[in-house]
Design a protein around this ligand. Structure first.
Ligand code: ADP
Ligand code: TZD
Length: 582
């Protein structure tokens, strides 16, 4: 069937010699010309030969067990590198499996390209019932930043170029590229084909902010009595680490990192106000947002969290997307441009000296921070039996402190909320988590993407429910022998393991799992290393061994099944029926 392309290619002379080439080769040539060296995907009709050819032509093809995980790997690769990560899938169901990752990438502003094979347009459009028939282009549009279809082989170069530019320019996002089977098999003259390829020049051009917007921002900041800087994952993505650090340190303003901006400055930095988060959000009078949206994760910039009773706040917002401004509350001073250019312009405008925040504000922040840190230290010092989230995370924190270079993946409810505040990060773009949607299922995809992209150790801290969404990728981790240590916080269920069937029937409660499952044995099934850890000491030993060996490892961390709270810290978003509240 459509899988014949590469067999022909392998048995026949190189395209130059035979002077024709085909769609398969052109797609690979177009990606390589644009310095893309890795494809994450899952094969089948009509793209198996594309994956084979990618390998034959020196690219890496990382094959997954489910497309959503391949897509998540591509998305995290995009976040880490500012180059679009590539996910390759088959038609209809494969495409739809990948679409969740594409939508999540778009929501999080990660650049990626989902490339899916598709069935013939004339059959799809007449709904004549092709193999895996679906109008994929239209299905993708609402969930992607852009969606394109290529119908003629000579347009592959342009199609790939458009996809790359759309993914990374302006606000980054997910792009869908539809490649019908017939296109891949089309042949054309090799010289014309070569000429049709496009090397994208300056894919994400700098966007310099308007000087008057910079002046306005500085005026607002200078007028602040209790200023705060909020760093979002856009700031991490921008790779303007030195400028951002300079701005924070020159202004002396306390800062809060959103979860994936942790490590942009080390969490141990004295200006970090993480441990006084509620206090600074409520008390600040002027807030400088750098690559962070005022969405639900920041209580939409209003209400009690923001100390509504203290009167209105003034916001300065740096973002590349002008439509982000005034999305939830009025923004006093928008600065539109790429973060590197905007922060540089602010630094230039500041010159040698910036009026430092008043001692009263800094002391109040430090005071609250020290109190909260002392309280947290007392909680972390306890060693209950069985382990709880805190004692397990203390063990992990102490190991990771010695290896600031390690990538951390994190999802779950309690596991996410506690790990985010307990595990310090020291380097930028090393923490990858459930992000803007609070999605479960990014775990193994992000872990594989981060390991493949960085070539270095990953530790994935996973709720047992969260892990289940992508757990089959343990096989992928073992197959590519990736340095990924997965720690499953096993408390026998979603949030916790103590729920009972309120109807009294034999079925388990909606949040309950099989008790005392041995996730470590899943790892062993694929040749990886499994550990069971019931104490912080066992967890420490297992993690140290995993990191020292760099081998695929899973630690089944046994957590008190009564330790978690429903929805972690999102209890307020969880409507409960009157009957359940009793
Ligand atoms: P967080 O969840 O960490 O608060 P968000 O994903 O809500 O962060 O916000 C990221 C913001 O950063 C988005 O509004 C996006 O437009 C912006 N952004 C991403 N990359 C850049 C960049 N290079 N320059 C400026 N803004 C950027
Ligand atoms: N499905 C998807 C794709 N995303 C989701 N966020 C959910 C379902 C709902 N959900 C959460 O918001 S957290 C969570 C689910 C199912 C799992 C929590 O249980 P856990 O973590 O075992 O992973 P804790 O640490 O035990 O709370």
């Amino acid at each position: 069937m459509a899988e014949a392309g590469i067999n022909q290619a392998q048995n026949s002379p190189a395209p130059e010699a035979q002077q024709t080439t085909d769609g398969f080769h052109l797609v690979i040539d177009a990606l390589k010309l644009n310095d893309i060296d890795t494809i994450f995907g899952l094969v089948g009709i009509p793209i198996t030969d594309l994956a084979r050819l990618a390998q034959a032509e020196g690219m890496r093809f990382i094959g997954f067990r489910h497309e959503q995980n391949a897509g998540n790997a591509a998305a995290v690769a995009g976040f880490m590198t500012k180059k679009p990560g590539i996910c390759l899938t088959v038609s209809a169901p494969g495409f739809l499996n990948g679409l969740t990752a594409l939508a999540n990438a778009t929501t999080n502003c990660f650049p990626m390209i989902l490339i899916s094979g598709s069935s013939e347009r004339e059959i799809v459009d007449l709904q004549q019932g092709d193999y895996e028939e679906m109008d994929q282009l239209n299905a993708a549009k609402p969930y992607a930043k852009a969606a394109y279809r290529v119908l003629h082989a000579e347009d592959i170069g342009i199609g790939v170029a458009r996809a790359i530019r759309a993914a990374v320019s302006g606000r980054p996002g997910g792009v869908y590229l539809d490649l019908p089977a017939k296109l891949l098999a089309q042949t054309l003259d090799a010289v014309r084909a070569r000429q049709s390829l496009v090397k994208v020049i300056d894919a994400a051009p700098r966007q310099i902010p308007a000087p008057d917007s910079v002046k306005r921002a500085l005026d607002v900041l200078k007028g602040a009595k209790r200023p705060l800087i909020l760093l979002g994952k856009g700031a991490a993505y921008a790779q303007a680490d030195a400028q951002i650090r300079a701005l924070v340190e020159k202004t002396g303003i306390p800062y809060l990192p959103m979860s994936m901006a942790k490590g942009l400055l080390p969490d141990t930095h004295e200006q970090s106000a993480s441990a006084a988060r509620s206090f600074v959000l409520a008390e600040a009078d002027v807030v400088l947002l750098i690559g962070a949206r005022l969405n639900w994760l920041l209580s939409h910039g209003k209400g009690k969290t923001w100390g509504a009773a203290n009167g209105p706040k003034q916001f300065v917002q740096i973002d590349i997307a002008p439509t982000e401004i005034d999305s939830n509350v009025a923004i006093e001073a928008p600065v539109i441009g790429d973060i590197g250019s905007c922060v540089e312009a602010l630094l230039e405008g500041i010159g040698e000296h910036f009026p430092q925040p008043g001692a009263e504000w800094l002391e109040a922040v430090a005071d609250r921070k020290n109190k909260n840190l002392a309280k947290m230290a007392a909680t972390l010092d306890k060693s209950p039996t069985p382990m709880n989230f805190h004692s397990a995370l203390r063990a992990i924190r102490d190991v990771l402190k010695t290896r600031p270079d390690i990538n951390v993946v994190n999802e779950g409810a309690n596991t996410l909320d506690y790990a985010r505040s307990i595990i310090d990060m020291y380097e930028p773009r090393k923490r990858f988590d459930s992000g803007t949607w609070g999605i479960m299922g990014i775990g193994m995809g992000f872990a594989i993407g981060a390991a493949v992209t960085s070539g270095t150790q990953v530790v994935a801290i996973e709720g047992d429910s969260a892990f289940g969404f992508s757990g089959m990728e343990l096989e992928t981790i073992c197959r590519y022998n990736l340095p990924v240590c997965t720690i499953v916080f096993n408390n026998n269920g979603v949030y916790r393991g103590t729920d009972v069937n309120m109807g009294g029937g034999a079925d388990t409660a909606p949040t309950a799992f099989v008790k005392n499952a041995r996730y470590d044995r899943m790892m062993e099934a694929f040749g990886g290393i499994g550990h069971q850890a019931s104490t912080p000491e066992e967890l420490t030993a297992a993690l140290l061994e995993a990191i020292a060996s760099g081998k695929p490892t899973l630690i089944n961390a046994v957590i008190d099944e009564a330790a978690g709270t429903e929805s972690g810290r999102l209890t307020n978003l969880n409507p409960q029926s009157a009957a359940m509240k009793k």
